[in-house]
Design a protein around this ligand. Structure first.
Ligand code: NAD
Length: 345
C-alpha cells in the first residue's frame, strides 16, 4: 500500500524530509507547497514532484492522504488544525506548537478526525540516543538514579536571524531546539517535574535566554540536570546516566556510547556499529506504516505536547528568576546610591 503524502514547507528540514520520504515503498510524495513559491518550484523540480499553488489546493487533492508540516513553529497550530480538519494525517515538525492549549487542540482534532498525528521527535532515533534507551531497557546500569544532559554550541547566528530570532515565532531556542532533549529525557526515564531553572541573556540578539540550566525530578525518584547553550564556543554534547549497577554515557550525534558496570563489565559502540536506519527516514516510515497498517507510531502528539509543556515549565521558572534577579539588582543599586549620596563611603 502506498500513502500519498504532501509536503508543506520546503526549507532546511522540509527538503531533507522530502528526500527521506522518496525511497520509502509505503509512500509517494504527491506534491509540495511553500509560502515562497519560487522555493516550492525549485524543491518540486529537485524532488521530481508537483507543486501546489496553495495549501487549500493541496488539501483539496484526494491523492493527498497525509501531510508533512515543516514550517516554522508559530504556524504549526493554525496549519496543523486545517490539515487534520480536512481529514489528512499529520506529521508535524517539532515543536508541536507554542502553547499547551494549541497542542491539546491538535490532539483533539486528530482524535475527532481519527487521523494519525506524529510530532518529529527524531532525536530518539539517532544511533547513540537509540542505543542508550536499549541499554537502559536491558538493565545494564540497573535502576537509573541520576541523569545529566548537556547540549552546547555557538549558534548565535542561526538563532539571531529569521523566524528563529523572534520568540513569538520560535518560542526561543529552549522551545525550538531543546524540546528534543526534554522529550528524550521523558522517553528514557518517564515523566518528571521541573524543580528549578535559571538562564542568562547576556547578548543583545536573539532576544531570549541564550544559556540555561534546569533541575528535574523524575516520578521514579531519579534526579536530572539539563543544560543548553547557543553561546558556548567550544560546543559539545554529553549524556550521562548513573544507575544502581553501572554508568552509561554518550556524546550525542557522533562519537561513542559506553557503559561500565559495578561488576567491571565495559562496552562501547560507535554509530556505525549500532547501524540504525537514517533517523528521518525511519520516523517517516513509522508515520506512513501507522496509516497504512495501523502500526503504533514511534512517537505521537502526546509526546509532542509533553515536550512543549516541559519546555514552557522550564521557561516560566527561568523568567521568574530573571524578574527576581532584576528586582534585587535594582534594590542593591538604590541602596548603594543612598550610601553614596549620604557621603558614607
Ligand atoms: N527535527 C529536526 O531535527 C528539525 C531540524 C530543523 C528544523 N526543525 C523544525 O522544522 C521546522 C522548520 O524549520 P526549518 O529549519 O526547515 O525552517 P526554514 O525557515 O528553513 O523553512 C521553513 C519553510 O516554511 C515556509 N513557510 C513559512 N510559513 C509558511 C506558511 N504559512 N505556509 C507554507 N510555508 C511556509 C518558508 O517559506 C520556508 O521555506 C521548525 O519547526 C523547526 O523547529 C526540526
Amino acid at each position: 500500500m502506498q500513502i500519498g503524502v504532501g509536503l508543506v514547507g520546503v526549507g532546511g528540514i522540509g527538503r531533507h524530509l522530502g528526500w527521506q520520504l522518496r525511497p520509502l515503498s509505503e509512500a509517494r510524495l504527491v506534491g509540495v507547497y511553500d509560502a515562497d513559491s519560487a522555493l516550492a518550484q525549485r524543491a518540486a523540480t529537485e524532488l521530481e514532484t508537483n507543486v501546489y499553488p496553495s495549501l487549500s489546493a493541496m488539501l483539496n487533492d484526494p491523492a493527498v492522504e497525509a501531510v508533512i508540516l515543516a514550517t516554522p513553529p508559530h504556524t504549526h497550530y493554525r496549519l496543523g488544525l486545517r490539515i487534520l480538519q480536512r481529514g489528512k494525517h499529520l506529521f508535524c515538525e517539532k515543536p508541536m506548537a507554542l502553547t499547551v492549549e494549541h497542542c491539546d487542540a491538535l490532539i483533539q482534532a486528530a482524535q475527532q478526525a481519527k487521523r494519525i498525528l506524529m510530532v518529529g521527535h527524531v532525536l530518539r532515533l539517532f544511533p547513540l540516543f537509540w542505543q542508550s534507551k536499549q541499554w537502559l531497557q536491558e538493565g545494564v546500569v540497573g535502576e537509573p538514579v541520576a541523569v545529566h544532559v548537556q547540549r552546547r554550541g555557538y549558534d548565535i547566528r542561526l538563532f539571531g536571524e529569521g523566524w528563529r530570532a523572534d520568540p513569538a515565532k520560535s518560542g526561543g531556542f529552549l522551545v525550538e531546539m531543546n524540546v528534543h532533549e526534554l522529550d528524550y529525557l521523558r522517553w528514557l526515564l518517564g515523566d518528571y517535574e521541573v524543580v528549578a531553572a535559571q538562564g542568562v541573556q547576556p547578548l543583545l540578539k536573539p532576544r531570549y535566554v541564550q544559556h540555561w540550566q534546569a533541575l528535574l525530578r523524575f516520578h521514579t525518584g531519579a534526579i536530572g540536570v539539563i543544560e543548553a547553550s547557543i553561546m558556548d564556543t567550544l560546543g559539545g554534547y554529553f549524556v550521562r546516566i548513573v544507575g544502581t549497577e553501572g554508568t552509561l554515557e554518550h556524546t550525542g550525534f557522533s562519537g561513542t556510547i559506553r557503559y561500565k558496570r559495578v561488576d567491571g563489565e565495559e562496552k562501547s559502540l560507535t554509530p556505525e556499529e549500532i547501524g540504525t536506519p537514517e533517523p528521518f527516514m525511519w520516523e517517516l516510515r513509522s508515520f506512513v506504516r501507522a496509516i497504512a497498517y495501523g502500526e503504533t507510531p514511534l512517537y505521537d502528539g502526546y509526546d509532542g505536547r509533553m515536550a512543549v509543556a516541559n519546555a514552557l515549565a522550564v521557561q516560566q521558572l527561568i523568567e521568574q528568576n530573571l524578574v527576581a534577579q532584576s528586582r534585587s539588582r535594582k534594590r542593591r543599586s538604590k541602596a548603594s546610591t543612598r550610601l553614596n549620596s549620604s557621603g558614607n563611603l
